[in-house]
Ligand binder design. Structure first.
Ligand code: NAP
Length: 441
């Protein structure tokens, strides 16, 4: 009897696990349970709309989704439509691949003011994620502050500054494009609490900021280190090379002559946010200057303010607890032993190890868990996997979205695209269901 395995979440970690399972136990039946009607997680909802080449990895995931023993149940939410406990009774093994969808909270006074949007929400909004369709950020300001020095901060800054022409081949939703391109934002400040040598963004992403048609990259040369050995002492060889490349790019930015480009992105380092100022609406943000000692960021007591009408804290993500599974509140992950949680329950990706790494970093997680499942689990004749799941979903009148439904949706998105855009996304679940089934009577 073949094993029945449910993978909760259909982002990269889920797909690498499914692919590895089809190799580790070729007969097993693998079912994706996905909250949204659409697959691919952060590939669709997180990777920036102008990074279409990165999004192409979804074509590889599609090969997995099309395999005979792999099924997709979209628009099915754990805890709302079916519980984890129920799934564990139906399947021989359940793999949690739900990622880290929430913002790590910025806990300074004023962080709840209108005009402050965490990057999970803001990135979701500009990517047409249904959860953030109604975010409606007020972009009527000439100055925005992006807090953080990771790749998400770079994505946010670039999407705010990129010209309509630069975005022409993106899948930025129309309502988002209309707002961003009408916004008077000309100054974006990307502020990191540590130094330029400690920034987490990668070099390709940083260099892209120097190639924007309408934007000057601004770096203050006095913030760049003279003594590389001193600032890179704590990093291993590979990290040193990456950071030296970033420092070279920042130095090149710092030597650029004035141009007539109308917008600026300021890379400001050694500044930790202490308070967001204003009435109901953000008007400025106060930072404390820092210095870095032995990798630690220490306040100097010197304060300064940046006037702005929009603040996007891009300071990392957080997983959320799932009813029926343990959760480590402090680390924001499910406690696990390299993917094993407890008998029959496994974790991969960001819910396993926290929100870091690139897309392919999820592959080894999937391979390891597939090997564990092949080792740990034998099929239980009382667990019928998808037959039981479908019976329950039918009984509860859940309109699940199969992979062929998604392919129909995708074909419509591609057909509806205008100009050079690759697709015109459906941005609400209702629109997706209506597009598939027509309007309800
Ligand atoms: P990240 O790389 O962990 O960066 C988070 C940034 O926020 C860091 O600069 C961190 O500073 C700062 N930060 C954290 N808490 C803060 C606080 N309380 N106050 C001020 N600053 C704070 O996270 P991310 O940018 O969200 O990216 C998540 C992962 O996705 C990363 O692995 C990233 O490379 C990946 N990603 C990749 C791409 C791409 O390849 N193009 C695009 C997007 C995301 P410290 O360093 O001082 O902690």
């Amino acid at each position: 009897m073949p094993l029945s395995i449910a993978i909760i979440g259909s982002g990269p970690a889920g797909f690498y696990t499914a692919d590895a399972l089809t190799k580790a136990c070729p007969d097993c039946r693998v079912d994706f349970i996905e909250r949204l009607p659409t697959p691919f997680g952060l590939i669709r909802g997180g990777v920036a709309p102008d990074h279409q080449t990165t999004k192409r990895v979804a074509k590889k995931y599609e090969n997995t989704a099309m395999m005979q023993h792999v099924h997709f149940y979209g628009n099915v939410e754990i805890g709302r439509d079916v519980s984890l406990m129920e799934l564990r009774a139906m399947y021989d093994a359940v793999v949690l691949a739900v990622g880290a969808p929430a913002d790590k909270k910025l806990t300074i006074p004023g962080a709840n003011k209108i005009g402050v949007h965490g990057s999970a929400a803001f990135v979701g909004w500009y990517n047409g994620h249904p959860d953030f369709r109604d975010l409606k950020p007020d972009l009527n300001t000439n100055s925005a502050v992006v807090i953080g020095n990771g790749n998400v901060a770079v994505d946010v800054a670039r999407v705010l500054l990129r010209s309509p022409r630069g975005m022409a081949e993106s899948d930025l939703p129309d309502h988002v494009a209309a707002m961003i391109h009408a916004a008077p934002i000309t100054e974006v400040h990307m502020v990191g609490r540590r130094g330029p040598a400690d920034a987490k963004f990668t070099n390709v992403e940083l260099r892209e900021m120097g190639n924007l048609k309408l934007t000057n990259p601004r770096v203050r040369p006095e913030q760049l280190p003279e003594d590389l050995d001193a600032v890179l002492a704590g990093y291993d060889e590979r990290d040193r090379r990456l950071r030296i490349r970033n420092l070279g790019t920042l130095r090149e930015f710092s030597t650029r002559k004035d141009t007539n480009k109308p917008k600026n992105v300021y890379f400001d380092f050694f500044a930790s946010p202490v308070e967001i100022l204003g009435g109901e609406q953000v008007e400025a943000i106060r930072f404390e200057r820092t210095r870095v000692e032995n990798g630690k960021c220490l306040g100097t007591g010197e304060m300064f303010e940046i006037e702005c009408g929009l603040v996007i804290p891009s300071i990392g993500y957080r997983s959320e607890p799932i009813e029926g599974a343990p959760f480590d509140e402090k680390q924001g992950i499910i406690p696990n032993d390299n993917g094993r949680i407890e008998a029959g329950l496994y974790a991969v990706g960001w819910i396993k190890r926290g929100p870091s790494g690139v897309i392919s970093s999820n592959r080894p997680d999937g391979v390891i868990v597939a090997e564990y499942i092949a080792e740990d689990i034998t099929a239980d004749p009382d667990r019928h996997g998808r037959d039981q799941l479908e019976a329950v979903l039918k009984q509860r009148r859940i309109r699940w979205i199969g992979y062929s439904d998604w392919q129909r949706l995708e074909a419509m998105e591609i057909e509806n695209a205008e100009g050079h855009a690759p697709r015109k996304k459906f941005v609400t679940v209702e629109d997706m269901i209506h597009a598939l089934d027509g309007l309800p009577n």
